[in-house]
Ligand binder design. Structure first.
Ligand SMILES: C[S@@+](CC[C@H](N)C(=O)[O-])C[C@H]1O[C@@H](n2cnc3c(N)ncnc32)[C@H](O)[C@@H]1O
Length: 252
């Protein structure tokens, strides 16, 4: 069947939206250095204009096939290493519909290959594995403007680094430390504390004409001061549990 690379003329003119056909993606991934990088589970890729994921899905397929070949001595190993592979693929896409399709396409590739492995091992699809896959994909593929490094509403684009902290040849259950960075921080090579998240500012506004109990107001102030100094960070978890987004409080 013929592939359609264009949705409409306006989108081509305004956003340069032309999707790369599978055949061309395939030949580009055959370039030696790229091909080598696809064979390493942890080599990272960032597609700054991801579209519907023509490149990212093809890279994911290749990387997952390596997991199938090398980590097939049990479903648990496949689950752990396939999720690790997912953490290495990042994308940015300006248009909402494309970004959503890209996330769905990535999940579909993951789901199909996972399901094959489940059948091969006479196992069952695990909800926590699928939920963790969704969490990783939706954190790594973001809608935004690569040029301004911001989301559509002007906030910094945030990505997670997923560091395995217990990797040995025999590791079955991979433990992951997640840390958040803005795209600016990634470019500036900013060092972060393990687990740090980008602080989502708490903007408490006091409505000017509302009758306020003075004691209530004082209590609110104490509360908001506490919220400013209190920070949250991710704690290390098994990779199949990253969907829980487990955090702990800490004070600076
Ligand atoms: C030529 S298409 C390529 C899509 C995909 N890489 C492929 O090969 O099929 C370019 C894509 O970049 C997106 N785009 C345009 N400007 C962008 C920007 N500043 N930041 C992120 N994405 C952008 C468009 O919406 C479009 O989906």
């Amino acid at each position: 069947m013929e592939e359609i690379g264009i949705k409409n003329k306006h989108r081509v003119q305004k956003h340069g939206e032309v999707f790369t056909p599978k055949k061309i993606v395939k030949s580009m991934l055959e370039i030696q250095e790229v091909n080598e990088a696809c064979k390493s589970l942890t080599s990272t890729f960032l597609e700054p204009s991801a579209g519907e994921g023509a490149f990212l899905t093809a890279i994911l397929e290749r990387k997952l096939n390596i997991v199938v070949e090398q980590y097939n001595d049990g479903l648990e190993r496949f689950e752990n290493y396939s999720l690790l592979t997912l953490t290495s693929l990042y994308g940015i896409e300006l248009l909402e519909d494309n970004a959503q399709t890209c996330v769905l396409n990535m999940f579909q590739v993951y789901y199909d290959i996972y399901k094959e492995q489940v059948q091969l091992h006479n196992g069952e699809l695990k909800k926590k594995v699928l939920d963790s896959a969704k969490e990783i994909i939706s954190s790594n593929i973001r809608q935004g403007d690569f040029l301004s490094r911001n989301t559509i509403d002007g906030k910094p684009l945030v990505f997670s680094e997923w560091s395995p902290i217990n990797m040995r040849k025999t590791t079955k259950n991979i433990k992951i430390q997640r840390t958040e960075y803005t795209l600016d921080e990634i470019y500036e090579n900013t060092e972060k504390e393990f687990g740090e998240i980008i602080n989502k500012a708490i903007n408490k506004t006091i409505e000017p004409y509302k009758q306020l109990d003075m004691f209530e107001l004082l209590e609110e102030d104490v509360e908001s001061e506490k919220e400013i100094s209190k920070k949250m960070r991710y704690i290390p978890v098994n990779i199949t549990d990253v969907y829980t987004k487990e955090m702990e409080e800490f004070y600076e």
